[in-house]
Design a protein around this ligand. Structure first.
Ligand SMILES: Cc1cn([C@H]2C[C@H](O)[C@@H](COP(=O)(O)OP(=O)(O)O[C@H]3O[C@@H](C)C(=O)[C@@H](O)[C@H]3O)O2)c(=O)[nH]c1=O
Length: 183
């Protein structure tokens, strides 16, 4: 696997190195020693799997507040998604900026998302499935989110929105009082 740092420091696109033969291919998706090279030493304590039916659906933009802030490793295993992170780290030189990339079952890429980032995605095909590794347990009391269309972040989504949960449609917009997350 190879790690390519994104435009947001500490967030990496992880490309797999599949070995192919007549049967198909085999690829390592996590390697503790390899991830140590990018400074990752936490354990994964929870894995989640989601399926999103409609093309154009958005889920996000989610994070967990400290002390339950979490690192995520996200991979698309069916379909294609436009995966997005927004840097909410208080001391970050890229605070408020976003990064988006395509994750798909075909390209096998993963996105490594440090603590202090909001994460979301838009499906580019029907029936998209994502698998997440998390460094912290789900904690409803610490759930945080920013609105997918927050003008202070300005994410450019590739498709018209076909589906969005009521909750994701109503997250509060950022304001001057929000100076970032200390993680
Ligand atoms: C995230 C999560 C949700 N749930 C429950 C809460 C709810 O009843 C149901 C669906 O939850 P949500 O609507 O939050 O699902 P979803 O919108 O898919 O949430 C996910 O969005 C993407 C963008 C992320 O980054 C993930 O970390 C996660 O926040 O599953 C768990 O039981 N455990 C979990 O870890």
């Amino acid at each position: 696997m190879t790690f390519k740092e994104t435009s947001l420091p500490g967030a990496y696109l992880v490309e797999l190195s599949p070995r192919s033969d007549n049967r198909g291919w085999f690829a390592r998706t996590y390697d503790k020693a390899a991830f140590a090279q990018i400074g990752h030493h936490d354990d994964w304590v929870q894995m989640n799997h989601s399926m999103t039916c409609q093309t154009g659906a958005i889920r996000g933009m989610h994070f967990q507040h400290p002390p339950k802030a979490e690192i995520k490793l996200v991979r698309c295993v069916a379909g294609r998604v436009f995966d997005v992170i927004a840097d909410l780290r208080a001391q970050s030189p890229t605070f408020g900026r976003w990064f988006g990339t395509e994750l798909s079952a075909d390209n096998g890429h993963m996105l490594y998302i440090p603590k202090g980032f909001a994460h979301g995605f838009q499906t580019l095909t029907a029936d998209c499935q994502l698998i997440y590794c998390h460094s912290a347990y789900y904690s409803p009391d610490h759930e945080g989110a920013i609105r997918y269309n927050d003008p202070r972040i300005g994410i450019t989504w590739p498709l018209p929105i076909s589906d969005l949960s009521d909750r994701d449609a109503s997250h509060p917009l950022l304001n001057d009082q929000f100076t970032g997350l200390t993680v």
